[in-house]
Design a protein around this ligand. Structure first.
Ligand code: DX5
Ligand code: ZN
Length: 214
């Protein structure tokens, strides 16, 4: 199972120490939650902070843009050396163009759905994206309870991907721990994002290993 720990749950006063264990863990990607206080009711960190994190992180960056008009920041995300840029379906009026621009910049492109957004909206974009990120909490905060309906959405998404010939990975974000992670694995998820479960664990390296082994 691919694992992308979310930096949102890190100790921001000691990011260097957090990156030290992270680099040694089984984590595959580092998940970065960019917020604007408009699309979501919270603000996390911006590019001046992420620039330093990117320099010491030795794994691919999975950037989750929880902002309106994410296309304005494609160059900034690219400058971080990001592997993947996730944009919300709900934040893009011209989603096809944004996906095209992310690819033009040389990054993988992901589309993210809020819990209340149906899978069916992906019908005409699934074949163009490298990943679909399903939110299993309402975006904006770490430490929220997993919405179990996500498990049904994964099955529906898998069918849509098969039908449209899409090779997109299925990533899930919010309330992921060993228990919900196991259910997500069984439902067909490919990538797990996990914030508080990993970063507040007594042994984060071990917590990563347990999730990776699912
Ligand atoms: C929520 C963010 C998540 C968050 C997950 O808005 O997109 O990536 O960090 O945190 P946990 O795993 O604590 O739910
Ligand atoms: Zn996220």
């Amino acid at each position: 199972m691919l694992l992308a720990p979310s930096l949102l749950a890190a100790n921001f006063a000691n990011l260097e120490a957090e990156m030290k264990w992270f680099n040694q863990s089984t984590a595959d990607w580092l998940h970065l939650d960019v917020m604007d206080g408009v699309f979501v009711p919270n603000i996390s960190f911006g590019f001046p902070v992420l620039k330093h994190v990117a320099r010491i992180c030795q794994k691919p960056l999975d950037v989750h843009m929880m902002i309106v008009q994410p296309e304005k920041f494609i160059a900034e995300v690219k400058a971080l050396g990001a592997y993947l840029m996730n944009v919300h379906y709900e934040a893009c009026t011209h989603l096809h163009r944004v996906i095209w621009e992310i690819h033009e910049a040389g990054m993988k492109a992901g589309v993210t759905l809020n819990p209340s957004t149906p899978i069916s909206v992906l019908q005409d974009i699934a074949a163009d994206v490298d990943l679909v990120l399903l939110m299993s909490v309402n975006p904006g905060f770490g430490g929220q309870k997993f919405i179990t309906h996500t498990l049904q959405k994964i099955a529906e998404l898998r069918q849509l991907l098969d039908r449209t010939g899409s090779k997109a990975l299925i990533e899930v974000d919010g309330g992921v721990n060993l228990d919900t992670g196991r259910q997500l694995r069984a439902a067909g998820a490919d990538v797990l994002v996990s914030g508080s479960y990993v970063f507040s664990a007594p042994d984060p390296i071990q917590a990563c290993a347990a999730l990776s082994a699912l």
